[in-house]
Design a binder for this molecule. Structure first.
Ligand SMILES: Cc1cc2nc3c(=O)[nH]c(=O)nc-3n(C[C@H](O)[C@H](O)[C@H](O)COP(=O)(O)O)c2cc1C
Length: 190
C-alpha cells in the first residue's frame, strides 16, 4: 500500500467485529506513531489513556456521540462496538493550549491502525466531564479526543460531493458513503 492508498483506506469506521481483541501493546505501538509526529514548538503536551478492558469500554461508550448525520442510528450495537479506545489528553502543566497537535496525533494513529488491519473513528463529541469521572482524570489534563478502534465490518465508499452536501449517508445494503470535495474545488485558482 502506498501513502495515497493508505490515506484513501483510512476512512472513519463506526461498526466493528467486537470479538476481535486489540492488546494494550498494539495501542502503545499506535501511540508511538503519535509520539514521533509533529508538535507545535515541539512541546509534546499530549498524554494518552489506553482502554482495552471490557468494563472500561462499557463505561466509556456512553460518553461518546456517533455519526451526527445518521439521525436514525444511535451508534453501534453491542456486538459491533469498538474493541479498544485511545483517549487523548492535553497536559496543562506543559502547555495552556494544544493547537492542532491532537489532530496530527489522531491522524498518525488512524493511519497506523489501517496499516495494522484495523479501523476507527476520531470522536470529538465527548461528554468530557463524565469521562473525567469514569477514568478519574486529574484537572491537570484536558480531554481532547477519543479514538475508537476495532476490526472494521463496515464498507465505506468515497463519493464526489453533490450540491455542496457534506452529509455522509448509509445505503440499504449498509454501505457508508462519504462525500469528498474535488481537488479543483479546494485548490484556489486552479
Ligand atoms: C476532529 C474530528 C472530530 C470528529 N468527531 C466525530 C464524532 O464526535 N463522532 C463521530 O461519529 N465521528 C466524528 N468524526 C468523524 C467524521 O465524521 C469523519 O471524519 C467524516 O465524516 C469524514 O469521513 P472520513 O473520515 O471517512 O473521511 C470526527 C472527525 C474529526 C476529524
Amino acid at each position: 500500500m502506498n501513502l495515497h492508498q493508505l490515506i484513501e483506506k483510512t476512512r472513519t469506521c463506526r461498526r466493528f467485529d467486537s470479538t476481535h481483541a486489540i492488546s494494550a501493546d498494539t495501542l502503545a505501538s499506535l501511540v508511538d506513531l503519535a509520539r514521533l509526529s509533529a508538535s507545535g514548538a515541539n512541546r509534546q503536551p499530549l498524554k494518552y489513556i489506553l482502554v482495552t478492558e471490557p468494563s472500561q469500554r462499557e463505561a466509556l461508550y456512553p460518553c461518546l456521540a456517533w455519526a451526527g448525520y445518521l439521525t436514525n442510528w444511535e451508534g453501534p450495537d453491542p456486538d459491533e462496538r469498538p474493541s479498544a479506545y485511545i483517549i487523548i489528553l492535553g497536559d496543562k502543566e506543559i502547555s495552556e493550549s494544544f493547537g492542532i497537535d491532537h489532530g496530527i496525533a489522531a491522524q498518525s494513529i488512524m493511519l497506523g491502525a489501517t496499516e495494522a488491519g484495523l479501523g476507527g473513528c476520531i470522536i470529538a463529541s465527548v461528554k468530557k466531564e463524565r469521562l473525567r469521572l469514569v477514568f478519574d482524570i486529574p484537572k491537570q489534563y484536558e480531554v481532547l479526543l477519543v479514538l475508537a478502534l476495532g476490526k472494521p465490518v463496515e464498507k465505506v465508499a468515497i463519493e464526489t460531493i453533490q450540491n455542496n452536501d457534506v452529509k455522509y449517508w448509509r445505503d440499504d445494503k449498509g454501505v457508508h458513503h462519504v462525500p469528498k470535495r474535488t481537488l479543483d474545488e479546494i485548490i484556489l485558482g486552479r
